[in-house]
Design a protein around this ligand. Sequence first.
Ligand code: ZN
Length: 185
Amino acid sequence: MATTKKITPKPKIAQQKHIMEKTIKKSSAKTSQSPKKIEPTKKSNTSLSVGPLGVKPYELKKNESYMTDGQLRHFEEILNLWKQQLMQEVDRTIYDLQDVTNYSDPVDRASQEEEFNVRLRERDRERKLLKKIDEALASIQNGDYGYCDECGAEIGIRRLEARPTATQCIECKTIAEIREKQIGG
Ligand SMILES: [Zn+2]
C-alpha cells in the first residue's frame, strides 16, 4: 500500500515552529506583565482576622450620615456572627486541650507539648478577640461605636467593615504602632 501522506518539507516545519515559539514567547511575556489576579476574600470558618464575611458590606444611601441606626445594626450583626463563630472555635480548642495522651516516648511527649502550647496561644487569642467584640458591642449600645478612642474622629465605614472591632482611626492606629515598635525595638 502506497502511502498518500504528504510529507511536508522540512524547512516549512522549522519555520512554523519558529513562529510558534515566537507567539508562545509573546503570550507568556504578556501574562507575566498583566497584574496578579487577586482572589476575592472567601468566607472562611477558620480565619479569625477577617470575621464572618457572609455579611454583605453596608450600602451607604445618598447623603447618609455617619453611624445611623442602619449602620449600627449592620455592624452589630457582623459582631454577633463573629462572636458566635469564635465561641464555636473556643469550644473546639477546649476539646482538643482535653484530649491529652500520656506518651512514654519523649519525642511524642515534646510534640504533644508543642501542640498544646499552640492550642493555648490560640485559645488566648480567641479570648482576647472575644473581649474586643464584646467591647465593640457595648460601644454600639452606648453610642461610642465608630469613633476613635484617641481623637474622637470617625473611624470610617470602610475601615470598620475590614476591622469591626477597630477602636482607633487609621492615623491614631499608625502612630500607636510606631510608638509600640520604638518601645519594643
Ligand atoms: Zn484618632
